[in-house]
Design a protein. Sequence first.
Length: 627
Amino acid sequence: MGELNNLLQMEEKIFPPPKVQEAANLKDFDREYRESVEDSEKFWGRVAEELFWYEKWERVLEFNYPWHRWFIGGKTNITYNALDAQVAKGRGNKAAFIFLTEDGREEVYTYRMLKDRVERLSRGLKNLGIQKGDRVVIYMPLTPEGVMAMLAVARIGAVHSVVYAGLGFKALRERILDSGAKLVITADYGYRRGKKVALKPIVDEALEGVSCVEKVAVWFREERQPLGPREVDFLTLFKNPPGEPAEIMEAEDPLFILYTSGTTGKPKGVLHVHGGYMVGTYYHAKTFFDLKDDDVFWCTSDIGWIVGHSYIVYAPLVAGATTLFREGALDYPTPDTPWQIIEKYQVSVVFTAPTAIRLLMKYGEKWTENYDLSSLRLITCAGEPLNPEAWRWAYENLLKTHGGFIVDNWWQTELGGPTLGTPPVKAAKPGKVGFALPGVVADVLDREGKPVPAGQGGLLCLKNPFPHMLRTVYGDDARYEKAWREIPGWYFTGDVAVKDEEGYFAVLGRADDVLNIAGHRIGTAEVESALVSHPAVAEAAAVGVPDPLKGEILKAFVILKIGAAPSEELAKELIEHVKKELGPIVVIGELKFVDKLPKTRSGKIMRRVLKAQEMGVDPGDLTTLEE
């Protein structure tokens, strides 16, 4: 791999307000990080001591490269820590979940109520013949019923595989077959932008000719419909007495399989386990997300993604927090919907995606003016690189006046929880994600595994495993090993990045998205950030299109903010703006104004689809490192 140019200057430092620093759960980040890498077993063992174990581990870590096992001999169940332990600590009457719908309805579940319902559903699943180790596919909307299904499956020792309720029947069928699911749990429909989104017909089509599935549990949200031969009414599974105990699980027993959302190739089933995943995600809930006992935490993700698994369902419950989540679109029914929610529920910490920040930025700050956002202490972002302009917009318009802060973080389905990030006690550099977080040793390397100089781009790699990292790819150990063998001695994340002299990382995009413009290798995130820094631009994507003379020419796709109009003059202005930001070597060959960009269901821009469209080929013909 040739040298990856780093052109966007991202050296501005903005320090967290005193209010955030003084209240932080983790105040001495540098000492914590040093201790975590000098003796990781001691460090993670200390974190694990804060949680409940039926039997304590004999050894914290067993690492036979590239295989790792944590808390060997320890016995626990993540749902005991999420529910039973919280009630035992006196949080039975505390709100565990605040659930909202697009039409303004709310449901509140205390820890005791949630425990009661999960116990009843657990017994119902057992009555269906689901046992420890069985796989259960959950194809449900973002609702308490979907969350309870996850917890109930985990409580009896079965393994859930949540499929985002929006993926089509082919994707659902692939995941059912790959996991060998015995049960599918679904609903008749979900809601999106005020409309019903049918789910049951997708399940019916996905299950045609599938023999491994013995039962389908259907949640009828309004009117019950006739049931098929292998179907049961989901709500009848709750008609059992409470008191179903959590299955005693080995720390390394599987908790869930979650398939990554690539656009081609066989889906990759990432396997996480009870013990290590619980310890690692809990740690970051308390330290990086800085969750406190009186916080209201709003995670805008979905249970179909790793963020929803880790920071809607599991970690906030294990940390005893109150979590708010909402079915539907963030900006529906009006663009000020998020600000209404923050004011009404006194939300203090929000975890969202850069694409959501850019969406709200598109509408402008006028929508925030009539709301009191003073409860909002922290916004955390992950999913894609957070453009400097989006960072500044959120900080200036949502946080600065009352002493709040915004921090970036980076991780993947495979990694379970935050891996790089700016802890709330450290200065942020807009456009840079931050440091390696406790327990993580990360670097930017060339193809031979040698560190590249500070400020130069390369491959983002991790040296050692941590507890909440995947154990394997389900049914495909070779695919897991590949990520550890590509750069010997390191785990290759598939991303490209740059690290500066102070240890701040900037993730520049997927390795297969790197642009090759006139011999210069440039990350897509830099070009897109330069475009978004223009006051007329809300969101942008950049791809390289093959050119016989230059190797590639750069094509940009731009979504404008509300009130800005596309024109030839504006296109020329944006092209010159990028040259000014990144230098004369970055010449946009063509710029196209669009209303939307192709994205994965988790909100990541699918540049491969844009590139395929420009080349006139099928996206599946463009192979990627991720697959």
